[in-house]
Design a binder for this molecule. Structure first.
Ligand code: NAI
Length: 313
């Protein structure tokens, strides 16, 4: 359906508006953990996205205020807030895209793996509800440790008979955003001209920027700079992965590849998830080593989560 979307631009004392047409389909988006540090700016960005028709904001508390606030933005998406387990099904009903930043973030001195015990249980129950209420949705996992929460989600969906590897993503675009920013800063290139592929995984040494090592400590740098008052919420929410998914673009994702190995793949995304897996391209010897290390860690993560039996309950 052809729609006209109006945006108001305000700047330097001037105000103007313009309209553009979009032939793209409307999408229903649900954010779980929407009242949190990532959830709130993500809700804002999704409300600004002209492709979104319905935006469901779910959390264990605090969503009514966030929903009321975001709903005042003059874009077409209809916003509603949902609280607690009782309203989870309603929040998820018929969603096309589910984004999960629910869980606890890192505090200074913690690694992403330290979050495993708490976030694994949260992801397990949220994914069980997704399998029931919107089994065909594209699911974007932000909750850390992504290296483990994605395999957990996969197991939950397999158990429910709804698993589709083309529709489950670990959102690691933040590493891509950082790699581009850091590389541009170091080389003096315009950041818009810089493209640094980041492969491997989303934790410590498994993060493998192919042209730079500097993003490997980016997350810890933010956690420490915020001194326990949050993780990389703003740059994470800005990572356009979820926006891109509503269109069709090339990006990176963590995906099931062969057997139980999860690793970031370079893919072309479309309305129904992964349309094409692209070649990684040639790697230097150093990058090959790093890629192998990342794959090994992923295998270990998958084995650990299986041993914990998180999905067997
Ligand atoms: P936060 O603590 O500010 O927000 C988390 C929200 O999840 C809270 O509002 C909390 O009430 C909610 N929540 C907890 N249990 C829930 C449940 N069962 N159902 C629904 N909502 C629930 O944390 P923040 O900073 O937003 O981080 C969220 C997650 O994202 C953390 O696990 C963090 O480590 C991860 N993260 C991932 C990144 C990535 O690149 N993938 C980057 C930065 C953080």
């Amino acid at each position: 359906m052809l729609r006209s979307v109006e945006f108001a631009l305000r700047g330097a004392g001037a105000s103007r508006s313009f309209a553009f047409s979009s032939a793209a389909p409307e999408r229903k988006v649900a954010i779980l953990g929407a009242a949190g540090g990532i959830g709130q700016p993500l809700a804002l960005l999704m409300k600004l996205n002209p492709l979104v028709s319905r935006l469901s904001l779910h959390d264990i508390a605090g969503t009514s205020g966030v929903a009321a606030d975001v709903s005042h933005i003059n874009t077409p998406a209809q916003v509603a807030g949902f609280v607690g387990e009782d309203q989870l099904g309603e929040a998820l009903k018929d969603a096309d895209v589910v984004i999960i930043p629910a869980g606890v973030p890192r505090k200074p001195g913690m690694t992403r793996d330290d979050l495993f015990n708490i976030n694994a249980g949260i992801v397990n129950s949220l994914c069980t509800a997704i399998a029931k209420h919107c089994p065909h949705a594209l699911v974007n996992m932000i909750s850390n440790p992504v290296n483990s929460t994605v395999p957990i989600a996969a197991e939950v969906f397999k158990k429910a008979g709804t698993y589709d590897e083309k529709k489950l993503f670990g959102v690691t675009t933040l590493d891509l955003v950082r790699a581009k920013t850091f590389y541009a800063g170091k080389t003096g290139l315009p950041v818009s001209d810089v493209n640094v592929p980041v492969v491997g995984g989303h934790a410590g040494i498994t993060i493998l920027p192919l042209f730079s090592q500097r993003t490997q400590d980016g997350g810890t740098e933010v956690v420490e700079a915020k001194a326990g008052k949050g993780s990389a919420t703003l740059s994470m929410a800005h990572s356009k992965f979820c926006n891109m998914q509503l269109m069709s673009e090339c990006t990176f994702m963590c995906s099931l590849t062969i057997f139980i190995v999860f690793i970031i793949k370079i893919v072309k995304l479309g309305r129904n998830g992964v349309e094409e897996v692209l070649e990684l391209g040639s790697l230097s010897e150093y990058e090959k080593q790093g890629n192998l290390r990342g794959s090994t860690q992923f295998c270990i993560c998958v084995q650990i989560h299986r041993l914990y039996g998180v999905c067997q309950s």
